[in-house]
Design a protein around this ligand. Structure first.
Ligand code: UDX
Length: 452
């Protein structure tokens, strides 16, 4: 089986490398010459645990290649995957910009030879598969091909495992021939009894949006419950466990925090809302989720200000974590991009550190004026508070005594709930977290008076 993977972004690169690990011959194609040159030199354009080794092994094994030239790989392929970006359209309204998908389809059309399945892997609005079919048919009327949809559900930081051990594989295809090719491609997963869901094109396309919108809703729901917990003295982690053990609800994606970010949820929720409007089937729940999540990031800055005795003017804030989640260097829609500027606007100096995201962070204009530090303790020099924005493992067991000695005032604002309130308070800190009761300071041993 031979695969051409068009686009070496997150999805394309991880999927291409994983398919080559299955034993297929994969050629990853990208127009970006610098990216391809770097990949040929063994340098990954993204930080993803395990990816570099996976790529190196399969390149060495002759199963994985990189090129800027689409012609050869497409004409020899059984399946061509389109995995190019679908960013939010710059004109607003949330529509996905399909320019790159359609351009790729036109180019692919020119090089199809024997029967080929052209598979959209990019997240594309309902109806895109049919448009791709039309573009190829018009450009190459005699081409022997089918179009299929095979959305990905990879999480950054866990992408390889998600590809190799998925909960399910979703395939939208309209012919037995296309279904057979896709079923063959995923045959290595049959061993783990991975469900392969076969449907029509539209259903597969919509399944992807519905999955991401539902997960974004779940997070936003628990975030609002966290606010209610704070107002009423309940504990959101216990509430999450209490509802999560109900099999109908499920334990995952119930961690309250500063709001979701990343390359998918913000973009896909907006695109789903836009599709709902177009189809006259409004997606009011998801619309609200988008608005609540946007507001939450602003609220988080207010929470930090409140924890700093009501003002951060002239104060220094040590920010730990800038990426939208751990184990990635991705800064897209990260809560830090809203929270850090809001603190600076309120007169704070921000010192920040992220284990993998520093290079990306420095490219973001929103973070201009931030003092980028070498490590977690460096951020704390003379700071008035620590804020944990991303739950990187190395922030989970900070030496609190050392932190206290570096800070001007011992204040810890933990927006990921990675500390136990009683431990932090026992270390002499004032501690603010999300949706949990503030811990009371440790009780002094009572002096025992002699009762006579
Ligand atoms: C997501 C989907 O999970 C994946 O299936 C899809 O195909 C791509 O988008 P990703 O964006 O990599 O993956 O990260 P994910 O782990 O889903 O987290 C997204 C955001 O939600 C992060 O900002 C994270 O911090 C936040 N989140 C997640 C929470 O705030 N609470 C949770 O319980 C889970």
């Amino acid at each position: 089986m031979r695969i051409a993977m068009i686009g070496t972004g997150y999805v394309g690169l991880v999927s291409g490398a994983c398919f080559s690990e299955f034993g297929y011959h994969v050629t990853c194609v990208d127009k970006d010459e610098r990216k391809i040159a770097a990949l040929l030199a063994g340098k990954m354009p993204i930080y993803e645990p395990g990816l570099e080794d996976l790529v190196a092994n399969n390149v060495r094994g002759g199963r994985l290649e990189f090129t800027t030239d689409l012609a050869g790989p497409v004409s020899g392929a059984d399946a061509v995957f389109i995995a190019v970006g679908t960013p939010t359209d710059r004109r607003g309204e949330g529509y996905a910009d399909l320019t790159y998908v359609f351009a790729a389809a036109e180019e692919v059309a020119q090089h199809l030879r024997d029967y080929t399945v052209v598979v959209t892997k990019s997240t594309v609005p309902v109806g895109t598969g049919r448009k791709v079919h039309k573009i190829i048919s018009e450009k190459a009327p005699r081409a022997d091909f089918d179009v299929a949809s095979n959305p990905e559900f990879l999480r950054e930081g866990a992408a390889i495992n998600d590809f190799m051990r998925p909960d399910r594989v979703v395939v939208g295809a309209e012919t037995d021939r296309a279904r057979a090719v896709l079923r063959d491609l995923y045959r290595p997963l049959f061993l783990n009894e991975t469900p392969i869901l076969m449907s029509g094109l539209e259903t597969a396309e919509l399944t992807k949006y519905a999955a991401n919108a539902f997960l974004a809703t779940k997070i936003t729901f628990i975030n609002e419950i966290a606010d209610l917990c704070e107002a009423t003295g309940a504990d959101v982690q216990e509430v999450a466990r209490g509802i999560g053990l109900d099999g109908r609800i499920g334990k995952k994606f119930l961690h309250a925090g500063p709001g979701y970010g990343g390359s998918c949820f913000p973009k896909d929720t907006l695109a789903l809302v836009a599709q709902g409007k177009d189809a006259n089937a409004p997606q009011r729940i998801v619309e609200t989720v988008v608005a609540v999540n946007d507001e939450r990031k602003v609220q988080m800055a207010n929470r930090i200000v409140a924890a700093c005795d009501g003002s951060v003017r002239g104060k220094t804030i040590a920010v730990l974590g800038l990426t939208f989640k751990p184990n990635t260097d991705d800064m897209r829609e990260a809560p830090s991009l809203d929270i850090v500027p809001a603190l600076q606007k309120n007169g704070a100096t921000v010192r920040a550190f992220d284990p993998e995201g520093m290079a990306e962070a420095k490219k973001h204009a929103e973070l201009a004026g931030t003092v980028f530090c070498d490590n977690a303790y460096d951020t704390m020099q003379g700071a008035d508070a620590i804020v944990i924005l991303t739950e990187w493992n190395e922030f989970r067991s900070l030496d609190l005594a050392r932190a206290k000695s570096l800070l001007r005032t011992p204040v810890l604002i933990d927006l990921r709930n990675i500390y136990r309130p009683e431990d932090v308070v026992a270390a002499g800190f004032s501690y603010t977290s999300v949706g949990r009761r503030p811990a009371s300071p440790p009780k002094r041993p009572r002096s025992v008076s002699a009762v006579g």
